[in-house]
Design a protein around this ligand. Sequence first.
Ligand SMILES: [Mg+2]
Length: 239
Amino acid sequence: MKLRKKESRPSMKINRIFIDVDDVLNKFTMYALRSVGCKSVCGFTFSDSVYNPTWKYDIVRAVNNMLMGTGVKYTRKTFWDSISREVWSTTPYSDEFRPILRHCRVLVGKPKVALLTKPIDDPECWAGKCEWIRSRCPPWLRNRYFLGQPKKFLAAPDSLLIDDSDKNYDDWIAAGGQAILVPRPWNRLHGYDTAEYIEQCFRNLNRIKRNSWLDESLNSDPLVFTCGMERKSFDELNQ
Ligand SMILES: [Mg+2]
């Protein structure tokens, strides 16, 4: 007996989206580095000649490398202690802020989109992040946020995470969710055009949505969407 497609092939289309804030919707890392005196950071642009990809997702390693020879050296505590509430609350938008929100709205609708961000263990950070969300986000998103960890606690087969951290991405996928890794100098997609990559991912998600009977989900290997894309330095991409 032939089963109806809907019964035999449950849809993996996206029903909820969680968007990371720092370094996805804004330029936190570059802004924070500049705030502690890293003069090589220009315009808070994501740059892999400024932020060496070998430093990975480790901002304290980055700051100490950038300030090498100046006599200034940070520990994890002294670095995070020097990031004020004002830095958290005034970080500039990323170039992806508008396209990501537009894609999410179109794919699932505003009521199914929320922010998901992990503050450091400092009330000033919590306050600064809330101020950023309330002052920078459109009204429909201002009260739609989750602060805390672990992010993977919210993972589900029909939930999409958009994040710049390899670990958050991997943990979310391992917990059964779907995810988009946003190319940045510190993750394994460094060197791919961020705007083009995100377009490719959402093109695929819209295709899955249109063919909702397909037993298909966003591929769990982020490199799949880089095929046909050339890996360049962020500086070449920014030229
Ligand atoms: Mg982030």
